[in-house]
Design a protein around this ligand. Structure first.
Ligand SMILES: [Zn+2]
Length: 241
């Protein structure tokens, strides 16, 4: 028997139903990675052919497959309440909660000259953030606190919210989301002096697995001047205010 770790193929498709030693080991790894919320890369892992088909084609495929899932669970899709669910889920995936996968949806950010010569730290805190755990496809809900020190350019405050939202609307791990937002802000503002703290609740922790209702996860990324203790502390002070 071949020793590589791949799911066995059934009718030409990868299947999770066939049990053997290697396969069970792989499933164990899946559970471990999920429960530990291990991320593997800064870039969202995407297939090269990710945008070879249109949003409408994606929605049609997802609708079909989600209907299969519901039927597999034994649900009666002729029921009035359930009938439209595959369509609603497909539309929600492509147009709402995962719209941030498509680079075409990236917010176009224009920067302005910093006319007031405001050289201090700018903090935008309590930015609403709705994301989705890529290991369980359950919501991550929380707040992002963002700061930067202008290098001569400023952006509209609402643009920071849009950048946070764009990167949040993907299957995510919180650590990757944190770094992706900082990298984008550094790019747009042409400065290294950017910081972010994200404080979020993971539904996959509260509603399944360990079922901890009260814990939240905090991640932070400090870049440029924010690596200095005094600058970081000033930022933290504003966030607590
Ligand atoms: Zn999860």
């Amino acid at each position: 028997m071949k020793e590589d770790i791949v799911l066995p193929k059934v009718n030409g498709k990868r299947s999770g139903l066939n049990g053997n030693g290697k396969h069970n080991q792989l499933i164990n790894n899946f559970d471990l990675i999920g429960d530990n919320h291990v991320g593997t890369s800064i870039d969202t892992p995407m297939r090269e052919d990710a945008f070879d088909i249109t949003d409408n084609e994606k929605m049609a495929i997802i609708e079909d497959k989600f209907r299969d899932i519901m039927e597999t669970l034994g649900l009666d899709l002729t029921d009035d309440s359930l009938q439209g669910t595959p369509h609603r889920v497909a539309k929600m995936f492509v147009k709402e909660i995962f719209y941030g996968l498509n680079p075409e949806n990236k917010p176009k950010i224009s920067v302005f000259e910093n006319k007031f010569n405001y050289g201090e730290m700018l903090v935008e805190k309590n930015i609403n953030m709705n994301s989705t755990c890529e290991h369980h496809f359950l919501p991550i809900v929380g707040k992002a606190h963002v700061a930067y020190i202008s290098n001569g350019e400023v952006i509209g405050l609402s643009k920071i919210n849009r950048i946070v939202d764009y990167f949040a609307r993907r299957p995510q791990v919180q650590e990757r989301l944190t770094v992706q937002i900082v990298n984008e802000l550094k790019n747009v503002l042409k400065t290294d002096d950017v910081a972010i703290i994200i404080d979020a609740k993971h539904m996959c922790v509260s509603s399944r697995g360990i079922q901890d209702e009260s814990s939240s996860t905090v991640t932070a990324e400090y870049s440029g001047k924010f690596k200095e203790k005094s600058v970081r502390e000033e930022f933290l002070k504003y966030v607590i205010l």
